[in-house]
Write a protein that binds this ligand. Structure first.
Ligand code: 5GP
Length: 117
């Protein structure tokens, strides 16, 4: 993908493609994963396309990373029992397919098998 091409998440943020949005602020959007790996599977996505992965986000804007974690906690409480697993696939060899930082929030009936997402 060229750097000028929008990622799938930028297109969701711009409402160019639909998503089941569960939470939105000026800086963060959260929506259900199209291929859920747990009964509750939400993607929490900073709106800025500046950071490709969580390592870049942690280095560049730790307050925004803290907001991502707080949003995960909020949504786990709202949509499930407050218990959740937070996954940041970082790098293609770790399973990352969308290079716009995002957290997977997995909740509800988690088993060992869903650890790998
Ligand atoms: P990654 O593999 O980069 O950690 O996570 C990307 C996630 O985005 C995958 O779990 C995938 O199912 C999800 N995904 C990809 N395309 C779409 C889409 O168009 N809509 C939604 N809601 N999720 C998507």
């Amino acid at each position: 993908m060229s750097s000028t091409e929008k990622s799938i998440f930028e297109r969701i943020i711009a409402r160019e493609i639909p998503a089941d949005i569960v939470h939105e602020t000026d800086t963060i959007i959260a929506f259900r994963d199209i291929a859920p790996a747990a009964p509750v599977h939400i993607l929490v996505v900073p709106k800025t396309p500046r950071y490709r992965d969580v390592a870049e986000l942690a280095a560049g804007d730790p307050a925004l990373l803290a907001d991502v974690v707080a949003t995960a906690h909020l949504l786990a409480n709202e949509l499930s029992d407050g218990h959740f697993r937070l996954v940041f696939n970082t790098g293609a060899n770790a399973g990352q397919t969308v290079f716009h930082v995002h957290a997977h929030v997995l909740a509800g009936g988690l088993t060992e098998g869903s650890l790998a997402h």
